[in-house]
Design a binder for this molecule. Sequence first.
Ligand code: ADP
Ligand code: MG
Ligand code: ZN
Length: 638
Amino acid sequence: MNAKNLNILLWIAVTFWLVMMLNSLTSSDQIEARNLSYSQFLQELSDGSVREVTIQDETIKGVRSDDSRFETYDPGDPGLVGDLLKNNVVIRAKPPETPSLFMQLVAAWLPFLLLAGIWIWFMRRGSGGGAGGIFNFGKSRARQHAEGEVRVTLRDVAGVDEAKEEVGELVDFLRNPQKFSSLGGRIPRGVLMVGPPGTGKTLIARAIAGEAKVPFFSISGSDFVEMFVGVGASRVRDLFEQAKKSAPCIIFIDEIDAVGRKRGAGIGGGHDEREQTLNQLLVEMDGFAGNEGIIVIAATNRADVLDPALLRPGRFDRQVVVGLPDLAGRAAILEVHMRKVPIADDVVARTIARGTPGFSGADLANLVNEAALFAARAGHTEVSMAMFEKAKDKIMMGAERRSIVMSESEKKLTAYHEAGHAIVGRLVPEHDPVHKISIIPRGRALGVTMFLPERDRYSMSKRQLESQISSLFGGRLAEEMIFGPEQVTTGASNDIERATDIARSMVTRFGLSDVMGPLAYAEDEGEVFLGRSVTQQRQVSPETAQAIDKEVRAIIDRNYQRSKQLLDENMNKLHTMAEALLTFETIGRDQIDDIMEGRPMREPEDDRGGSTPKAGDGNDAPHGGAARKQPPLPIGGV
Ligand code: ADP
Ligand code: MG
Ligand code: ZN
């Protein structure tokens, strides 16, 4: 409820209260009259101390011989008048009290007045131009940003230099178009920013709004979509009308996939409306005349679902990929966000960046924030590296849940499970190194084994994928070998799911199976929810489906066997590592190195649970149902 509504409500309440006050004042002219019980009244009557009474309805008001007043109620005594006459009391009777004329009027008209008031209020809201009025469905909901209103500048955007450059060029276009048109260049109509969530697309747009010295309209794709057919289209029309009036200007449409999906793709209701909206958008972007000087910037993380018509030249003819930041980019983004908090001297952004591959800008912003929160909680005045390490663990592996009380046997089982993952991971070829093992419950997982790659990783080899499958089975196998097949728990369900996913993808998507050959048997899962896949799914014959299943099974089986053999051969290390976990709860790379090499183990450093990562580290692969679920391949790979 906004301030205006509140105001109106307040006025209604005040008026109501005033009316009540007036009413009570007019009807109670004998405030000081003391109430008497009826039997007391009869007593006084027979004592002869009552001089006169006024009877109105059941109320008896009277005056005593000493001029004092009283008031009482008649319980319906039939002998009352007789008693009064017997005692020589003057009797006055009044007709039953009727409400004052004013009150009658109010009572009769109040409902109408209220209705009229509400109606006027809605009308004013509707026509007042404010966003969200009930009578302006068709009005665009774009917000126009005045100059200086947006504080974000391109300096706040880091690590996505190409995107910044491309988009920054646009701002140039708008500021001095003659510079470009004198060379015959045509100002582009639209720029589409594409990239995974949290990489700073919206941020870049806001920075442009902050830097551009031209009007900037921003709207989200979902703002076009409404329950009523036709609304979206008219909103688009209205938006461009507004923009034309203030050209040169920029229109920013965030999450454009909400309206820009491929036409004819949806299942279920609602897509008619979307198609109309999209058509209108296409028409406006073509715009025969008057659209010069309007640049449309749109952002999406699903460029693959956009209608091809949107992407042709003359519309969004430029695509800017805003990708996940690389090492240098992450360090730069961290530095941007570290400017906002007091940072201790021991913090090196580049070291943190090295330990956070696959993190998006939003993840990094969150990391700095979490670290600051940890520092505040610990009562520090500066955010130290240890706090960053804790924050990183929290984000990668989930928040610690020390409140969960695990029984001794559960703890032991978890220790062996995680040690199994770690040992197999260490022994299979080309596996990411183990970064940390912990049996402190986090998120939904009872324990976590975290692997981090040495460098940013953009693709994976067949060997790496198979090694990953092996290490995923290490956990469950260790449980089984130590506690027997009857004691195996459900804790490995996520491991199994992920291993199966990888194996299936190898066969059906990556063409990494000799038997099935380099064919794509599955469509990208990403689209299933929109229905295109429902209607156009690549069909495989039953025989092929069977062959796929068989091949997936073969991959799983051979890695399961490998995992089993490795654990068999290293049983003593498994015991040592599980013991170490039971003692310290969390061990790091140094400890794991010591155990694997058969040296006496160094004690883990306090609080950090192991060393900080050394050479570049990479994607988390928490085992056991842990936090960030991630596709077998980083985005942008193969
Ligand atoms: P999206 O690409 O999903 O639109 P946002 O722009 O909303 O991502 O990013 C969310 C937040 O993450 C931003 O407000 C900012 O704090 C942080 N962030 C993301 N990318 C960057 C970046 N390149 N530089 C600095 N901060 C970033
Ligand atoms: Mg966004
Ligand atoms: Zn596991």
